[in-house]
Design a protein around this ligand. Structure first.
Ligand code: GLC
Length: 559
């Protein structure tokens, strides 16, 4: 594979539980993904990010790994994984594995041994400490609620978990542990995978001495961010990790890297010697929430201007040296139509404008399963119907804050991670063609209108629009400019117009997104040569160099 091949990649993210059920148990599996590879191929992508499929008690749906070397039986067998890699590669699709190495499951053999002998070899793989006067060792609050420490029954010891109490944090200071991790990652690379999505990777370094901090809530606790997010010295860990594993192999990595300050962005993503091939730009993903706790009941209004400002800021930081992963959705976020559009834009035009905004940026685009169909958020009938651990915790938090059940449910409808995890909508048959058995999670009721079979046949569908944009990006005469070209915002002052140009050698492409439900004029500095794409089909231009943009119109021009 060519150096920096990921620049010419479009990645499709699969959440295996919800993609396709091949063995009729109501849950998606690896054979199901292999069966549907031709669908993924038809869209035109060339890489597939697979959310975790390793052995796991599924407390956080696979982000709690109990054995890194084997596939969880609910997803199939180790041979099914080999088959998926083989069949994907045959179709020119590279497999990117989700790599969760900030923590493992409490059911992992190492932690089982650590619990038995906290002062022994395996105890040192984790943060295990004695409590203080019957209290946990410090006042950190876990990301999924409650203390970040859990007592080990029958002992004076506690262990640290930034996420659920079944996700135990590794002690990265321990060299033996690091060696185990490198060995395991190299083993996966040897199997023929093309890289990793690095889960929660900026949490691996903890503040020395694990100190308490001033509380930021009435519970007396403080967000774990203060002592565990992008801490000083993390660069040494990330450098070693890269050099001992993927760095030697031209493998692609994308970091889930909360908390990287502006001045460090290039260290993470420089195409010369960054820690990763790219990191996700999440700058505009939670504009409606407040740091550092992101309570779903504490929201604020956002505007398209905020999205624009944050997005351009990140791209400015990445500049020519760096490279970003660009996404609008993933398995932790609501559906983009509901998340980034006001109600007047939740239609074909809004959805296709978002697609243009994302797909033409500098950076590798990620499409989350169902995004290409315009799948939508889903309202669940009760809190019990939800599966996601974070939703349950956020609901309890909202109730504790004094919100009624009805009010709390509204927050869940907007923000729940299960919005993105409902079964993929293949066709209009029962359970949207996902499974003939009752699916593990509710199917969105709109599957008669929104499904793959219908959209693939329909000219002018969201699916066909994504397909066209992917082709434009990675296999057309514009590929060089859309991948290698620089990116520069234009007409930044004009409200609700998100516009930028891509420049490569003597070529220039201009992208205009009218991010509002009203018309507006866009005055360009010179006349375009060609309209490459327009989600309305045809531009309106009464005067030379001026375009009249209709609600949520998106235009791509060659200048
Ligand atoms: C990442 C994953 C999320 C998971 C968490 C803990 O943020 O995307 O789904 O819950 O890490 O592993």
């Amino acid at each position: 594979m060519k150096k920096n091949w990921w620049k010419k990649a479009v990645v499709y993210q699969v959440y295996p539980r919800s993609f396709y059920d091949s063995n009729e148990d109501g849950m998606g599996d690896l054979k199901g993904i292999t069966k549907k590879l031709d669908y993924i191929k038809a869209l035109g992508v060339n890489a597939l990010w697979l959310c975790p499929v390793y052995q796991s008690p599924m407390d956080d749906n696979g982000y709690d790994i109990s054995d890194y070397y084997h596939i969880d039986p609910s997803f199939g067998t180790d041979e099914d994984m080999d088959e998926l890699i083989y069949e994907a590669n045959k179709r020119g699709i590279n497999i990117i594995m989700d790599m969760v190495i900030n923590h493992c499951s409490d059911e992992h053999e190492w932690f089982q041994k650590a619990k038995k002998n906290p002062e022994g070899k395996y105890g040192k793989y984790f943060f295990i400490k004695k409590g203080k006067n019957g209290n946990p060792p410090n006042n950190w609050r876990s990301i999924f609620g409650g203390s970040a420490w859990e007592a080990i029954e029958g002992t004076p010891y506690y262990y640290l978990h930034l996420f659920t109490k079944k996700q135990v944090d590794f002690n990265w200071e321990n060299q033996e542990l690091r060696e185990e991790i490198y060995k395991m990652m190299n083993w996966w690379l040897d199997k023929g995978i093309a890289g990793f999505r690095m889960d929660a990777i900026t949490y691996i370094k903890k503040a020395e001495g694990l100190p308490s901090f001033e509380s930021d809530g009435e519970d007396g606790m403080v967000s774990v961010s203060y002592g565990s997010l992008n801490q000083k010295g993390i660069g040494n860990f990330l450098t070693e990790l890269r050099d001992r594993t993927y760095g030697k192999r031209n493998a692609m990595t994308v970091g889930e890297t909360a908390g990287v300050p502006d001045e460090e962005v290039v260290d993470f993503i420089s195409q010369e010697n960054g820690y990763f091939s790219m990191i996700f730009d999440f700058s505009y993903c939670q504009l409606n929430l407040f740091e550092p706790n992101y309570y779903w009941y504490e929201t604020r209004k956002w505007t398209p201007e905020d999205v624009k400002r944050e997005m351009f800021h990140s791209h400015g930081l990445a500049g020519e040296k760096g490279w970003l992963g660009v996404c609008l959705e993933n398995h932790d976020q609501p559906r983009c139509i509901d998340h980034y559009l006001y109600p007047d834009g939740r239609n074909y035009y809004g959805a296709s404008m978002l697609a243009v905004m994302q797909m033409m940026l500098r950076g590798t685009p990620y499409i989350y399963q169902g995004q290409e169909l315009g799948m939508r958020n889903c309202r669940f009938a009760s809190i019990e119907e939800y599966d996601d651990c974070s939703t349950k915790n956020q609901y309890a938090g909202a109730r504790k804050e004094g919100y009624s059940h009805k009010e709390a449910m509204e927050f869940m409808f907007d923000m729940s991670r299960d919005n993105a995890r409902t079964p993929f909508q293949w066709n209009k048959s029962e359970n949207a063609g996902f499974s003939i058995k009752t699916p593990w999670l509710k199917v969105n009721e709109n599957y008669h209108e929104v499904n793959a079979e219908k959209q693939m046949k329909e000219q002018g569908s969201i699916w066909n629009w994504y397909k066209e944009l992917i082709e434009l990006r990675i296999s057309s005469e514009y590929t060089e400019i859309l991948t290698e070209g620089s990116m520069c915002p234009i007409m930044e002052e004009q409200k609700n117009l998100l516009a930028y140009k891509r420049v490569w050698q003597d070529k220039e492409v201009v992208v205009l997104c009218n991010y509002q439900g009203e018309e507006q004029k866009a005055q360009l500095s010179n006349k375009w040569k060609k309209v490459i794409k327009d989600n309305y089909g045809k531009v309106i231009s009464e005067e030379k160099e001026t375009l009249l943009l209709r609600p949520y119109e998106a235009v791509i021009l060659e200048m």
